[in-house]
Design a protein around this ligand. Structure first.
Ligand code: HEC
Length: 438
């Protein structure tokens, strides 16, 4: 991947708005003798507690020394492999600045590993940071900004039976709208406190009849939600469009539990005022082949599947989310520019079906692409015994809905721009970079 990338950097990097970061050399900031209370607890509060606390989704709480100590070895293993926190982007290629990055910095990772290797000492209890308070999860966070939501869309309830396997629940519900509205913010939460413990992710696709030819794959994903996320506020003057007759297709992952839990997921929507039309529309587009023959994976092989998506207008890409099933291994998103130059935008090298992360680019790093760019999505599927999630390496696998079938597409949030807007955006990035204001 590195060679492909270095070929595409330089002038193209600037035009694309890349801010290229070399992996930071491990600085002297990693403490020589880290202790739990002084060095590790603050990292866990910032990067683990969102999920590893009572009532949240992870299997164990990691707030106190007594809770953490028995897990020291497992923690070392998971953080070293960059499986925890769940953030599976390759840190050596592509854009590295995201709005929702929950990964450990190299220094934090090295601190945790050094702490475990030196016997996981507690340290001075007086160094322990005060405990972090978490919202109870039952209020709407954006109400502070926008007031109570304009609309709430609920998924059909599901009962996750005690001891049942993980479930992917996919109800389709209608949105109660009689006129077109522009969406400025969306927030998602499990409907009940018990539901929070089992709701792993909840994605929603928008189904509506789109006029026009620009949108090649329908209006796309409306919202992606996973534990630790509140929602999405659109950029200023940008929104998603909801049309009368719209429906939301949910895809909710409920994890196994030891008691019966009935829950639904709620989505709050805030609109722009009637008649206030934002200039930019965000589309979350599905890029990749679908249907029979789209995926064809022989037994006991690692298979690469490529697909292409032309940009008929200049665009800014806002986010990238790979979608594969149990045999998914890696996915990259590349841009083949009209000049013929190829640049890697993002590469997820450590895909895990459990975690449908959406990687949301920071405002100043979201790639700007000229009209005529071809986006290339490459999916790698591992249908061998080496893949421990593989239910059966001896079968031929094709495209399909079930988790034992496969998919290999990306959800990419796209804002289309006119050529003039594109040039103005590139120019403003260039100025920010050369002025060093970024
Ligand atoms: C977004 C939620 C989330 C965050 C953030 C997160 N975890 Fe996890 N973690 C989980 C879930 C859910 C599981 C169980 C499923 C899995 O392994 O993917 C888990 C599993 C683990 C395990 C394996 C437990 C076992 O049974 O062997 C370890 C160790 C772990 N996490 C450590 C951490 C540490 C350390 C951090 C922070 C540096 C962290 N996690 C951040 C959700 C999270």
């Amino acid at each position: 991947m590195r060679t492909m990338l270095s070929r595409g950097l330089g002038a193209a990097a600037l035009a694309l708005g890349f801010v290229w970061l070399t992996p930071a050399a491990l600085s002297a900031e990693v403490p020589q003798n880290p202790t739990f209370t002084k060095h590790v607890a603050p990292i866990f509060q910032a990067k683990c507690e969102a999920c590893h606390r009572p009532g949240s989704i992870a299997p164990m709480s990691l707030r106190t020394f007594d809770e953490v100590r028995p897990w020291a070895r497992a923690i070392r293993e998971r953080v070293q492999a960059r499986q925890m926190p769940p953030w599976h982007i390759d840190k050596t290629v592509g854009i590295q600045e995201f709005k929702n990055d929950r990964s450990l910095s190299d220094e934090e990772l090295a601190t945790i590993v050094r702490w475990v290797d030196s016997g996981a000492p507690q340290g001075n209890p007086a160094d322990m940071p005060s405990s972090k308070t978490w919202p109870d999860g039952q209020g709407w966070s954006y109400a502070k900004v926008y007031g109570e939501p304009d609309m709430i869309v609920r998924s059909t309830p599901w009962t996750q039976k005690a001891g049942a396997n993980d479930t992917w629940w996919k109800p389709v519900v209608s949105v109660d709208l009689t006129e077109l509205r522009w969406v400025r913010a969306i927030e998602v939460r499990p409907g009940t406190v018990k539901g929070r413990k089992i709701t792993h992710h909840a994605n929603s696709d928008l189904l509506q009849d789109e006029p026009g030819e620009l949108i090649q794959a329908g209006p796309g994903r409306f919202m992606e939600w996973a534990v630790g996320k509140e929602g999405e506020i659109m950029r200023p003057n940008a929104g998603k469009l909801l049309l009368p007759g719209a429906r939301i297709a949910w895809d909710i992952h409920y994890s196994a539990t030891n008691e019966d839990v009935t829950d639904h997921v709620e989505m709050a929507i805030w609109f722009y005022a009637k008649g206030q039309e934002p200039k930019y529309r965000q589309h979350l587009l599905r890029m990749g082949n679908t249907g029979d023959g789209a995926i064809d994976i022989p037994p006991n092989t690692i298979k690469t599947t490529e697909s292409f998506y032309p940009l008929r207008q200049a665009a800014r890409l806002e986010s990238f989310q790979p979608h594969m099933h149990l045999r998914g291994k890696a996915m990259s998103l590349e841009a083949i520019l009209p000049s013929g130059q190829t640049v890697i935008i993002s590469h997820v090298d450590n895909f895990t079906f459990n975690w449908h992360n959406a990687y949301v680019y920071a405002d100043h790093a979201a790639p700007l692409l000229p009209k005529g760019t071809m986006l290339k999505v490459t999916a790698w599927h591992d249908n061998t015994v080496a893949n421990k999630n593989n239910p059966d390496p001896n079968v031929w696998v094709g495209y399909g809905d079930r988790t034992v079938d496969e998919m290999g597409h990306a959800w990419v949030n796209v804002t289309y721009l006119s050529d003039e807007e594109y040039l103005a955006e590139v120019e403003s990035r260039r100025t920010q970079l050369t002025r060093g204001t970024r």
